[in-house]
Design a protein around this ligand. Structure first.
Ligand SMILES: *[C@@H]1O[C@H](CO)[C@@H](O)[C@H](O)[C@H]1NC(C)=O
Ligand SMILES: *[C@@H]1O[C@H](CO)[C@@H](O)[C@H](O)[C@H]1NC(C)=O
Ligand SMILES: *[C@@H]1O[C@H](CO)[C@@H](O)[C@H](O)[C@H]1NC(C)=O
Length: 447
């Protein structure tokens, strides 16, 4: 990747004349030309030269130079042509042959959560039990007694598959509740302090749509799956507004350093969690950042499908685009859990868990109702489905809604579409459903 320079150019279209020309009343063409040659070109803030610039424009697919002013491309072309836009204060960057591409769009992120995780214990990539424990021990040393230690990103497949247990970390965290999410977000590990705070004992029943993992003699191990996570997460104090604003800042910076200039944010909505968190972020974080001119990245926002009518109300009042930074996208729901948490809904049971076919996390009837209503109101619908059975159920349901509501360019999405039965991939094409896949859901990658 080191030969690639990723630049954050927001609109990558050659705009040859500055807006100033366009906003002036147009005098006669001859006067215009004379005036233009006299005053010369608009001045670029930044000129890139000696690069391999991919333009996405068939008439000039690659160029070696580009001029930019006020975050917009002024022109793309050869060096002598672009040089005319240089003037007082222009920064000139010699790329030495490096590659420039338009900004990337990530079509499925949980942006504020991602930023909040950047402020927590990082367990991504940890491949030894000892290292897992060491990072928690370090965090405990810098955390006040009684405060929560939060972290995430662990993946038991990296150390041979054994799930972690509260017993790993109880000794190093005697005075702090701990909650550590798995990399897929569908399970987490609590220590004993947290289990006690949550009131989870040998006698606690599994909640609907979730599992409390237990040892052979019935004692909770500390691992909680899907909706069982809320037993613990409901005890964690809400993230403050300041923390969430800081999270947007950190996540935006990270995205920009990777060349990502737009994200589709699925929000902080997961099965069993409040539908309000995404709405809180909308007002406290996004609308605030927008009004304070603090947005650095373009976002397209999705909200829980349960709140579709509220979203329709907002769109009726202000439209889809709040500004050039914030676009209201559509609604999101969940059909099942995840493969890594053995909660993706499958036709056949898990090899390591022969009675388990996964979890259907939302009633089909409710999904059908909400999808029909959302679609009738022009909202784009995205539903998370990972297991083969979940994908077929949603494709069936999408087919039903499309035939009820009639033809339109609705672009139903299935998020992840990970584990498909033979014959299912073709259904996506036939029904024009977007298979919204992410590399993290590709099991052959070591993640
Ligand atoms: C540079 O680009 C300009 C504008 O497209 C063109 O007129 C000119 O011939 C080009 N010069 C060279 C050396 O290719
Ligand atoms: C839970 O079960 C374990 C194993 O049988 C036992 O050691 C422990 O005392 C039990 N805890 C409670 C609170 O009953
Ligand atoms: C969805 O459910 C609501 C409440 O029960 C009902 O009023 C509405 O007609 C249903 N919509 C559809 C499309 O079935």
């Amino acid at each position: 990747m080191d030969f690639v320079v990723l630049l954050h150019i927001f609109v990558f279209a050659p705009i040859l004349f500055c807006i100033t020309f366009l906003s002036l009343p147009l005098p006669s063409p001859t006067y215009f030309l004379a005036w233009k040659s006299q005053l010369s070109q608009p001045v670029a803030d930044l000129v890139l030269r000696n690069g391999v610039i991919y333009t996405s424009d068939d008439s000039l697919p690659f160029a070696d130079s580009m001029a930019v002013a006020n975050g917009r491309v002024l022109c793309v072309g050869n060096r002598s042509f672009v040089q005319e836009f240089e003037g007082y204060g222009t920064q000139v960057l010699d790329l030495g042959g490096k590659v420039v591409v338009p900004g990337f769009i990530d079509s499925h992120v949980h942006f504020i959560d991602g930023g909040l995780q950047m402020m927590q214990v990082k367990l991504r990539g940890v491949n030894k039990k000892e290292e897992f424990i060491r990072r928690i021990k370090d965090a405990a040393q810098s955390t006040k007694q009684g405060s929560w230690i939060l972290g995430g990103g662990w993946n038991n497949d990296l150390w041979g598959g054994d799930l972690p247990a509260a017993s790993w970390i109880n000794d190093v965290t005697p005075n702090n509740p701990v909650w550590l999410s798995r990399v897929d977000g569908h399970m987490g590990l609590a220590n004993s302090v947290a289990l006690t705070l949550a009131g989870i004992t040998n006698l606690t029943d599994d909640p609907r749509g979730g599992t409390i993992l237990r040892t052979a003699n019935g004692e909770p191990t500390g691992v909680l799956i899907d909706s069982a996570r809320t037993l613990v997460t409901s005890q964690i104090p809400e993230d403050s507004v300041d923390d969430r604003r800081e999270a947007l800042h950190r996540a935006s910076n990270l995205a920009l350093t990777r060349g990502v200039t737009t994200v589709v944010d699925m929000g902080r909505y997961y099965p069993g969690f409040s539908t309000e968190l995404s709405w809180d972020d909308f007002s406290d974080v996004y609308q605030w950042a927008n009004s304070m001119s603090k947005m650095k990245i373009r976002v397209c926002l999705f909200f829980s499908m349960e709140t579709w009518s509220r979203l329709v109300g907002v769109i009726n009042r202000v439209g889809h685009a709040l500004s050039e930074w914030i676009y209201i996208g559509g609604v999101k729901a969940f059909a099942d859990g995840s493969l890594g948490s053995n909660s993706a809904l499958l036709y056949e049971p898990y090899v390591d868990d022969p009675d388990n076919y996964g979890l259907q996390v939302t009633e089909l009837e409710a999904l059908l109702n909400m999808t029909t209503e959302s679609d009738l109101n022009g909202l784009q619908v995205a539903i998370h489905a990972i297991g083969d059975k979940a994908n077929d159920l949603i494709l069936d349901m999408y087919g039903l809604v499309a035939s009820t509501n009639g033809m339109r360019d609705r672009r139903f999405r299935i998020e992840h579409a990970q584990q498909l039965a033979a014959g299912t991939p073709g259904r996506f094409g036939k029904q024009r459903v977007v298979a919204s896949m992410q590399y993290k859901q590709c099991p052959s990658l070591d993640l």
